[in-house]
Design a protein around this ligand. Structure first.
Ligand code: ADP
Length: 264
């Protein structure tokens, strides 16, 4: 509530008025909270790989190491530098999304080769999970940006691995239904608590439960996936049972001009 003097409005009369200002500040507090949480998440996410890069480089520089050990340390440094690159790419993507300058280049393409590539690459990064690709059939032709679609699928398969215990199965299924190509990524991991299910696609949102506190992340992966899917006129949803696993489903419109693929 502000009290104001309205001088001169009514000749020499000085009126005292009261203006009621209703402003919902809950949202502003929420934005502040998310911002400061983000800064601490980012600092942590940057610091962890950097600490390991510095530590292992120091070991290589200051110790006489056997070649196999040296190679092991170098490969850790390489992987951690890759993590940093992926992180920075996520930030850039979000920033591009905000500024509306995403630079999509859509073309006629088949989804299966993209999924196969994603699965193969993830298998190289993690041999501790059982990745199964199942192609049920139908058309896999869409109008899409291959790099962006690869990124969206990578984020989903990567999450399925990241939020599953070792030895868990991740099943990726591709099929066509009602003129949509559908890809399901199903895991047997931690699952998502019911109160978080509506929020996981929000920027910077992370589930803060004890079962996943030690798992790194920025809360950007699913926001990026959602954006990519929407730009492709598709839809994404998640079905999850807490403690049992999750299934993420992406559907993209089939491109009718291309002929159907029934068996691959
Ligand atoms: P990040 O993994 O960096 O935290 P994401 O945007 O990819 O960010 O995911 C948001 C949140 O959703 C994660 O913090 C995680 O708790 C939850 N989540 C995402 N994918 C899965 C999954 N496959 N299984 C369980 N939880 C998941």
């Amino acid at each position: 509530v502000f009290k104001v003097y309205c001088e001169g409005l009514f000749h020499e009369n000085i009126k005292l008025g009261t203006i009621f200002v209703h402003r919902n500040i809950t949202k502003e507090f929420e934005v502040d909270r998310i911002k400061s949480e983000f800064v601490s998440t980012v600092s942590h996410e940057l610091r962890t790989p950097l600490a390991s890069i510095l530590g292992f480089t120091e070991l290589i520089l200051t110790r006489e190491l056997k070649p196999d050990r040296q190679k092991k340390y170098l490969s850790t440094i390489y992987n951690e530098a890759g993590r940093l690159t992926a992180l920075i790419n996520d930030f850039l993507d979000i920033q591009r999304m905000e500024s509306g300058n995403q630079g999509y280049e859509r073309q006629q393409l088949e989804l299966l080769p993209i999924i196969q590539k994603v699965v193969e690459l993830q298998k190289i990064h993690s041999d501790k999970h059982d990745l199964i690709l199942e192609v049920i059939g139908g058309s896999d032709n869409v109008l899409g940006d291959p790099e962006k679609l690869e990124q969206a699928l990578t984020n989903l398969v990567h999450n399925a691995i990241k939020y599953s215990p070792e030895g868990g199965e991740v099943r990726i299924t591709l099929f066509e239904k009602d003129s949509f190509v559908t890809i399901q990524i199903q895991d047997e991991g931690l699952g998502i608590p019911p109160e978080a299910i509506d929020k996981v696609f929000e920027k910077f949102y992370r589930v803060d439960n004890s079962d996943r506190r030690s798992i790194g992340g920025t809360g950007l992966g699913l926001a990026i996936v959602k954006e990519i899917v929407h730009v492709h006129d598709g839809s994404i949803n998640v079905d999850s049972e807490y403690g049992k696993g999750s299934t993420f489903t992406i559907s993209l419109p089939v491109l009718p001009a291309l002929s159907a693929v029934t068996s691959k």
